[in-house]
Design a protein around this ligand. Structure first.
Ligand code: RNT
Ligand code: ZN
Length: 423
């Protein structure tokens, strides 16, 4: 990008935008501060195509990366360096989300059921140093013990026990993260269990999954070190006919156990309106873990963009005044483009949508609705689309000390040349 938009011009444009929002009773200054303050958990697995450090072979579990753009991170040091580089281009509070197979057991080969917090000491030191809190996920895929397509719901007691031990180990690790960062780490259970074709027995695996989860979650940890969530799904590659941990299963389970329910934007039928689920689900569970993603025709995990789906979801969280009960996380993986750019694009898009939601004159819309003046409600929604939002976004980037507009691309190109190209 050759032309620099001067800081002065960004400030001037912002002054005009601020007045436009103030006319609708909205403080743009406050929206910027609030948007920057919302933590977004960035997933580490965009950095290495969800491969991990175990050399455990290709990605399985019915999820898929495609592409082989050069420069993938191959170890913890590279992944951390790449993430740090991306962080400098992303405005606002950040967390970092790990899977169990990003353990660094220093030359040893530690089985997933035997993982311990010490195998993540490099991550914990980094987290403390950089002041980036960590989140965590057990990994029930890309492993020989997951070859049958069933893990916690397996009919084989040996397989089920292995994965239960894995999950118990992961909760200990998440709790150690929480201890280290002085605030809870999210621990999200997603299992790929399911069947390619119509199963004769749908109940059996669900009973086993429920029992396994009951045992795993019966172990308690010091308060404020771990938050448990369970992630539902409609179908995966190889589990088209049946997913044991479906939406109904986990909605019931999370309600009964009063734990968080994870809603991933790619895990529903494409005609379902995910934003609509937020206010429904929040009445019955303590909170939602939201996986922002972009499914194209299926759960393809494309890089999220500033799309209607994403904006609707952010608006709904804002309208429900639920930012304190919805954990914001990203979950996507594209191996066909520069992976640092993928992190930056997806995370900036989400932050943008959060800012837009916070700038909405929701009170005016609700008031119009209450009075039966629905033409006013519709008009406000329509007018909001063309308010000078971009000027507020630029100002947010300026305040956060990250590049404005597409200027961050130069930095990524430089890093690609200096670091990624030699991998
Ligand atoms: C899979 C789930 C799950 C994973 C990550 C890697 O469909 O969305 O969250 O993508 O754990
Ligand atoms: Zn997910």
């Amino acid at each position: 990008m050759k032309e620099e938009i001067g800081t002065g011009k960004i400030e001037t444009a912002y002054e005009i935008a601020r007045e436009a929002y103030a006319a609708l009773g909205v403080s743009a200054d406050k929206a910027i501060t609030d948007a920057l303050d919302l933590p977004v958990s960035i997933h580490c697995w965009q950095g290495d195509d969800v491969l991990g450090f175990e050399n455990s072979g290709p990605l399985s579990g019915g999820i898929l990366t495609t592409g082989n753009y050069p420069g993938r991170a191959r170890n913890g040091d590279e992944l951390r360096a790449d993430a740090e580089f991306a962080f400098a281009l992303i405005p606002g509070k950040k967390r970092f989300n790990l899977h169990s197979f990003y353990a660094e057991p220093e030359g040893k080969n530690v089985s997933r059921d035997k993982l311990e917090p010490e195998h993540f000491s490099k991550w914990m030191d980094w987290s403390k140093n950089k002041k980036i809190p960590l989140d965590f996920n057990p990994s029930f895929f890309s492993h020989p013990m997951a070859n049958s397509g069933y893990t916690l719901a397996s009919a084989d007691p040996g397989i089920r026990k292995f994965w239960m031990d894995h999950s118990k180990a992961c909760r200990r690790i998440a709790s150690a993260f929480g201890e280290n960062q002085g605030a809870p780490a999210m621990h999200d259970i997603w299992v790929p269990d399911g069947s390619k074709d119509y199963p004769a027995d749908r109940m059996g695996p669900r009973e086993r999954l429920k029992d396994a989860l009951d045992e795993i979650l019966s172990i308690s940890f010091p308060k404020n070190t771990i938050t448990d969530a369970v992630e539902c799904k409609l179908f995966g590659i190889g589990s088209e006919a049946y997913v044991t941990g479906s939406y109904d299963f986990y909605m019931g389970y999370a309600t009964k156990k009063q734990i968080k329910l994870c809603l991933d934007m790619g895990h529903f039928h494409p005609t379902e309106h995910i934003a609509d689920k937020i206010s429904a689900v929040l009445l019955f569970v303590p909170g939602i873990l939201f996986h922002f993603s972009r499914g194209m025709r299926w759960d393809s995990d494309h890089v999220p963009t500033f799309s209607d789906d994403l904006r609707d979801a952010c608006r709904e969280i804002k309208r429900a005044a639920a930012f304190d009960r919805v954990d914001l996380a990203l979950d996507y993986f594209d191996a066909s483009i520069n992976r640092i750019a993928a992190w930056v694009i997806g995370t900036r898009s989400l932050r943008k949508a959060l800012l837009e939601a916070l700038l909405e004159p929701t009170g005016l819309m609700v008031e119009a609705e209450k009075q039966g003046r629905n033409h006013e409600r519709l008009a406000l929604m329509e007018e909001c689309k063309t308010l000078p939002f971009a000027a507020v976004w630029d100002k947010l980037c300026l305040d956060a000390g990250v590049p404005v507009s597409a200027r961050w691309l130069d930095k990524v190109a430089g890093y690609e040349q200096q670091v990624l190209s030699s991998r």
